[in-house]
Design a protein around this ligand. Structure first.
Ligand code: RP5
Length: 164
């Protein structure tokens, strides 16, 4: 199976990125994680992205906060699908990173998830890989079924407690 490449702009993004890693592990999807910054280590970010396809990656996730150029820089160097995670920072609550990540000019797309939406980024990455992997597609369907059952169980508990 092709790998998911996860890049974060700073080690300080790891608590958010960890949610993506955990999701990929739970789905048995292979991945690599790197700290490459669009500003501080632009050569590494660029080289990783331009070589990603030949290095066995099928989709890339880029997580960054503040003036979050990383997902756009990654996407500019590859035609692999790129998913951006805008990370929350202390001053603007992630709105800065959300706008920087989502507002990509025409020609270089970044599929942007919610602020700190790392679990959804991993799910979307898995769904992309599942287009050519039926076993993974089945694992995703099983997870969706389990999630639905868990919500319905909560509904029953709340209905039984309050609807007398
Ligand atoms: C961004 O700046 C990083 O993605 C991080 O979210 C933010 C702050 O980085 P640090 O100053 O914590 O390294 O490039």
């Amino acid at each position: 199976m092709k790998k998911v490449g996860i890049v974060m702009g700073s080690a300080s993004d790891l608590p958010v990125v960890k949610k993506a890693i955990d999701m990929l592990v739970s789905l048995d999807v292979p991945y690599e994680v790197h700290v490459y910054s669009a500003h501080r280590t632009p050569d590494e970010a660029s080289n990783f992205s331009s070589e990603a396809k030949q290095n066995g990656f099928g989709v890339l996730i880029a997580a960054a906060g503040m003036a979050a150029h990383l997902a756009g820089v990654v996407a500019s160097r590859t035609t692999l699908p790129v998913i951006g995670i805008p990370c929350k920072s202390s001053n603007l609550d992630g709105l800065d990173a959300l706008l920087a990540t989502v507002q990509m000019p025409t020609g270089i797309p970044v599929a942007t998830v919610a602020i700190d939406g790392a679990a959804n980024a991993a799910l979307l990455a898995a769904e992309i890989l599942a287009l050519s992997d039926e076993d993974l597609a089945k694992r995703l369907e099983d997870k969706r079924r389990r999630d639905t059952e868990a919500v319905l169980k909560k509904n029953s508990e709340i209905e039984n407690e309050f609807n007398k």
